[in-house]
Design a protein around this ligand. Sequence first.
Ligand code: NDP
Length: 234
Amino acid sequence: MSRSVLVTGGNRGIGLAIARAFAEAGDKVAVTYRSGEPPAGLFGVKCDITDAEQVDQAFKEVEAEQGPVEVLVANAGVTKDTLLLRMSEEDFTSVLDTNLTGAFRVVKRASKLMMRARKGRVVLISSVVGLTGSPGQANYAASKAGLVGFARSLARELGPRNITVNVVAPGFVDTDMTAVLSDERRAEIVAGVPLGRYADPAEIASTVRFLSSDEAAYITGAVIPVDGGLGMGH
Ligand code: NDP
């Protein structure tokens, strides 16, 4: 069964791994990208998720190309790490605007046609730090924790329409986002991970695919950690 899938921020990192996993399974996959070129072999739509008009336009293009979105993965996200006293209001609100309000914009847009179709799968990419906290990441952790309340509210609201809404909470994953961390910080992080390593993006993708599959039809409102044991189930 080939479904219409949209992954935000699917041009690199975890989003790209998720998009490729769906494509390999035979789904029709679109990704959003902000600049440069879309990844080879995937349908790319230019979209900054902080702009509701761009989100609407992107959905129109995806719907014309591959039909209404049946599986939405809200993956796009940013960090602007600094300690609280140095964190400007803009550092805080811009991270919230992308990571949390951005998810609101895309899920709201997707839910219209999912409700009409009486089926749909939504997966939000949160983070272990949204559940455990992280010094220097108050903005990011707040945005990622916010996704949990957002998802669980929607799981209740949209469940009667046969739409599941789940959260995946990765630990540390090898991508551009974590490439900026110093070797010392990386070693500290790995020391706290029972499995003793970072995740490969494909390991996040396989969980997202499972949550979007028929096998996961009775899972909604869940937060699934994929963190090598770092959060111990939180
Ligand atoms: P990357 O920095 O490698 O990629 C981030 C992606 O988000 C890019 O595709 C980027 O697009 C997109 N993006 C950012 N802002 C916007 C925006 N305003 N509009 C549209 N797209 C945007 O990050 P990762 O792949 O590592 O992270 C993906 C998700 O996983 C994020 O939500 C992140 O918070 C989460 N995560 C990552 C972890 C990790 O260890 N890497 C751990 C836990 C969670 P562009 O290329 O145009 O900049």
